[in-house]
Structure formats: structure tokens, C-alpha cells
Design a protein. Structure first.
Length: 130
């Protein structure tokens, strides 16, 4: 879950599928199709569909912007590591997250996460250019 899945999934969904789609379609369509495919294989519950889709889009954008699959693999491994830690505290996490009821705190955490990902992507892509 922490090593094999990120490597195999990123190699397939980003390196292979996304690259092939980019040969025939524009970036937006290619990212969306590969991310939808990624989210469908992770649809353990309907609640997992949107987060998996967002993760797929972010991972695809990292790959497209850097051209290096290793960044997507590391991003995926970090995400799986966080999920693994949460599994050990599942009851505490579930009561906490469901207690938020998609309120201000929930959306603030989502926004902070998106900002951190955006800043990280900017740093990664600027480091590769220079």
C-alpha cells in the first residue's frame, strides 16, 4: 500500500494512460479521463469517488508539469501514508470528520490542502526549469 501501489498505479495511470491520451487529446480531457479511471478503481464507497478524482487530477498535473513520474509516485506514497496513519485511528478520525458536517472547518482544511499542493507544484516545476 505504501510502496507498490503508488509505483504501479502512477506508472499505469500517469506514465502510460495519461501519456497515450495526451497524444490524442488536449491536457484537460486527458487529465480528466485518466483521473476518472483512477477514481473508478478506488470507489470503495461513493464518498471516496470525489477525493480520488481530485487526487488523480493533482497527480496528473504534477506529472504533466514536471514530466517526471517520480514526483507523482512520491505524492501518491505520501497520501497513502497519511491514509495508513488514519486507519490506525479510524474511529477517532471518523467521529471527527463526520462531526464537521462539511462546515467551515472542513472547507478551510480542504482549501489549506489545495493551497499547499499548489505551492508545492509551483516549487517543483520552478526547480525543474532552473
Amino acid at each position: 500500500m505504501l510502496i507498490v501501489s503508488p509505483i504501479l498505479e502512477e506508472l499505469f495511470f500517469r506514465k502510460f494512460l495519461l501519456s497515450k491520451l495526451l497524444n490524442k487529446h488536449n491536457i484537460s480531457i486527458s487529465v480528466l479521463i485518466s483521473s476518472l479511471c483512477f477514481s473508478i478503481i478506488h470507489i470503495e464507497t461513493p464518498y471516496n469517488l470525489i477525493p480520488s478524482l481530485i487526487f488523480g487530477i493533482l497527480s496528473s498535473m504534477i506529472f504533466v508539469r514536471t514530466g517526471k513520474i517520480i514526483y507523482s509516485i512520491v505524492f501518491h506514497a505520501l497520501r497513502n501514508s497519511i491514509y495508513f496513519v488514519i486507519l490506525f485511528n479510524a474511529e477517532i478520525y471518523d467521529s471527527w470528520i463526520y462531526g464537521l458536517n462539511f462546515n467551515f472547518v472542513y472547507w478551510s482544511l480542504v482549501l489549506i490542502g489545495l493551497v499547499l499542493v499548489f505551492v508545492g507544484m509551483k516549487k517543483i516545476t520552478s526547480a525543474n526549469i532552473g
